[in-house]
Design a protein around this ligand. Structure first.
Ligand code: ACO
Length: 438
C-alpha cells in the first residue's frame, strides 16, 4: 500500500505520497506541492530536503553507517584499493579481475597532461592556494580535451572519467613540484595509482623516492574514505551545476570550489592549524573548548560536528586507527596526535559537545595521516578533492541518466521592498515629502 501524508491548509486537505528508500528511510514527495497548493517549502541549508533519489551511497547519521553501493566502508578500507572503489562507485558493482585491469590500463593511458598546461601553472602567483589552481586547471581541461559532448557513447564517457581521475592526480602533483621550482615527475606505467602519486610528489633526480607500502596503504585508505558521501555540499554543487547541462569538467570544478571551504573539505587543513595553535599555547585544550562553547565567539572546534552524523563519524574511527598504525610502523611521533587525543578526550566528556551531538568527523585525524605521508599543509584539501572525484563523477552520471532529471532551481520567500517607483538620480536622497524649490 502506498503511504501518504496529509497536509491541511486553510481547512483544505492534500495527500502527499511518501517515498520509502531501500533502508527504510522515508520522504514526503512534495514535487506537486506548488502546483496543487500554491505554496513552497522553506528549508535553509536544505537540512530536511532530499534533492534526488540515489543508488550510490547510504549513510545513517544516527547509527554511524556509511556504505558505497551497499558495501560497508570499513570493509572497503580493509580489503579494497582506491581504484577498485572508484570503479565500484561509478559502475555500481565490484570489477572482475579483467574489468579492473582494463580500468587500470585506461587510468595509465590517460595519466599524462598536455604539456601546454604547464604554462598555466607557471603564471599563477606563487602564493596562490592549490585549491584555486586545481579548480581552474580542471575547468581548463575542457579546452584541451573537449570530446565529451552532450549525447555521447559509453566508451567516450568512460574515457572522460578516466581522464579526470588520472589527470587530476597528475595535476595535483605537478602543482606541488612547480610550487617548489622543481622538475615535474611524470607518471609511471610501472606504479599503482597511489604509489604513482607519491612518486610524482616526492621523487627527485637528487633524492630518489623509495616507495613505502605502508604509506601507500594509508593513502589508499584516506582516498577510499573520501570517495563519496552522498549529497554533501560539493556533491550537491556538482549536481546543481551539472543540472544546467554544462560539461563534466565545469561541474567538477564547481565541486572543487565548494570543497575548498573550511566548513567542508577545507576543515582538514583547519584542524591541523588548530592543533598547532593548541600545541603552541602549551597543549591545554580547555581554553579552546571554552571558546567553542561561547556563543559570542565565532570559533568552532574544527574536525568536530557533522550535518548528518550525530554520532562518531565511521570514517573518523578508521582514520584514527590508520593514524596510530602508520606512526607506529614508521616509528615516528607526531606531537599533534597527542594534542588531538587530549582534545577528543576532553570534548567527548564535555556537556556542550554531548548535548549538541558533536563528535570527531573524518577531518579530525586525517591531517595527521597526511602529515605522516609527507603531504604539505596547503595540499590537504587537494588530497580530499582527488579522493572525492569518483563520488562526484558517479553522482553526476546518475543525475544525467535520471529519467526524473530537472534543472536545479530552488525558490525563495521574498522579504524585500514592496513595489516602488524608480527615482531619477538627481532626486535621490531627498525628502520625498518636501516640495521642489521654485
Ligand atoms: N564547534 C562548536 N560548536 C559547534 C560545532 C563545532 N565544531 N559544530 C556545530 N556546533 C554547534 C553550533 O554552534 C550550533 O549550536 P546552537 O544550536 O547552540 O546554536 C549547533 O552545534 C548546530 O550547528 P550548525 O552549524 O547548525 O550545524 P550544521 O549541521 O550546519 O553544522 C558543520 C555542520 C558545518 C560541519 C559544523 O559542525 C562545523 O562547523 N564543524 C566544524 C567544521 C568541520 O569540521 N567541518 C568538516 C565537516 S565534515 C566534511 O565536510 C568532510
Amino acid at each position: 500500500m502506498v503511504k501518504t501524508a496529509k497536509l491541511v491548509i486553510d481547512g483544505r486537505s492534500y495527500e502527499l505520497p511518501i517515498v520509502t528508500g531501500s533502508e527504510g528511510e522515508m520522504a514526503i514527495d512534495i514535487s506537486g506541492l506548488r502546483k496543487n497548493t500554491g505554496l513552497i517549502t522553506l528549508d535553509p541549508g536544505y537540512a530536511n530536503t532530499g534533492s534526488c533519489e540515489s543508488n550510490i551511497t547510504f549513510m545513517d547519521g544516527e547509527k554511524g553507517i556509511l556504505r558505497y553501493r551497499g558495501i560497508p566502508v570499513e570493509q572497503l578500507a580493509e580489503h579494497s584499493t582506491f581504484v577498485e572503489t572508484a570503479y565500484l562507485l561509478i559502475n555500481d558493482e565490484l570489477p572482475t579481475r579483467k574489468d579492473l585491469t582494463r580500468f587500470s590500463v585506461m587510468l595509465n593511458d590517460h595519466s599524462l597532461v598536455h604539456e601546454d598546461m604547464r604554462a598555466f601553472f607557471e603564471n599563477f602567483p606563487k602564493r596562490a592556494h592549490p585549491m584555486g589552481i586545481l579548480s581552474s586547471m580542471v575547468n581548463a581541461l575542457r579546452a584541451f580535451y573537449p570530446e565529451l559532448r552532450e549525447r555521447t557513447d559509453e566508451e567516450e564517457i568512460n574515457i572522460t572519467f578516466a581522464r579526470l581521475l588520472s589527470k587530476v592526480r597528475t595535476l595535483a602533483a605537478m602543482s606541488y613540484k612547480i610550487s617548489l621550482g622543481h622538475k615535474v615527475v611524470y607518471p609511471s606505467h610501472k606504479l599503482s595509482y597511489c604509489a604513482n602519486f607519491l612518486n610524482m610528489m616526492f621523487d627527485s633526480p637528487v633524492r630518489p623516492y623509495i616507495i613505502d607500502q605502508e604509506l601507500v596503504k594509508a593513502l589508499e585508505v584516506f582516498w577510499i574514505l573520501h570517495a563519496d558521501h552522498e549529497q554533501n555540499c560539493s556533491t550537491a554543487a556538482v549536481r546543481l551545476v551539472g543540472s544546467a547541462r554544462v560539461n563534466l569538467y565545469a561541474a567538477i570544478s564547481a565541486g572543487i570550489s565548494a570543497l575548498w571551504g573550511p566548513l567542508h573539505g577545507g576543515a582538514n587543513q583547519a584542524v591541523v592549524e588548530m592543533l598547532k595553535g593548541i600545541s603552541d599555547s602549551g597543549g591545554d585544550p580547555a581554553p579552546f573548548l571554552s571558546r567553542a562553547r561561547d556563543k559570542n565567539d565565532p570559533f568552532r572546534l574544527m574536525g568536530f560536528g557533522h550535518r548528518v552524523y550525530k554520532t562518531y563519524d565511521p570514517r573518523a574511527r578508521i582514520m584514527k586507527k590508520t593514524c596510530n598504525k602508520i606512526l607506529k610502523t614508521l616509528k615516528r611521533k607526531d606531537p599533534l596526535l597527542d594534542v588531538a587525543w587530549r582534545l577528543e578526550e576532553a570534548a567527548v566528556k564535555d556537556p556542550y559537545f554531548i548535548d549538541h551531538n558533536l563528535y570527531p568527523n573524518v577531518d579530525f585525524y586525517s591531517g595527521i595521516v597526511l602529515r605522516a605521508i609527507g603531504i604539505p599543509l596547503d595540499m590537504f584539501t587537494v588530497m580530499f578533492a582527488i579522493g572525492r572525484l569518483p563520488g562526484w563523477i558517479s553522482q553526476w552520471k546518475e543525475s544525467i541518466e535520471d529519467p526524473k532529471w530537472k534543472l536545479h532551481r530552488p525558490r525563495q520567500i521574498y522579504l524585500g521592498s514592496r513595489e516602488k517607483n524608480y527615482i531619477p538620480i538627481e532626486d535621490r536622497g531627498k525628502d520625498p515629502t518636501s516640495k521642489p524649490r521654485s
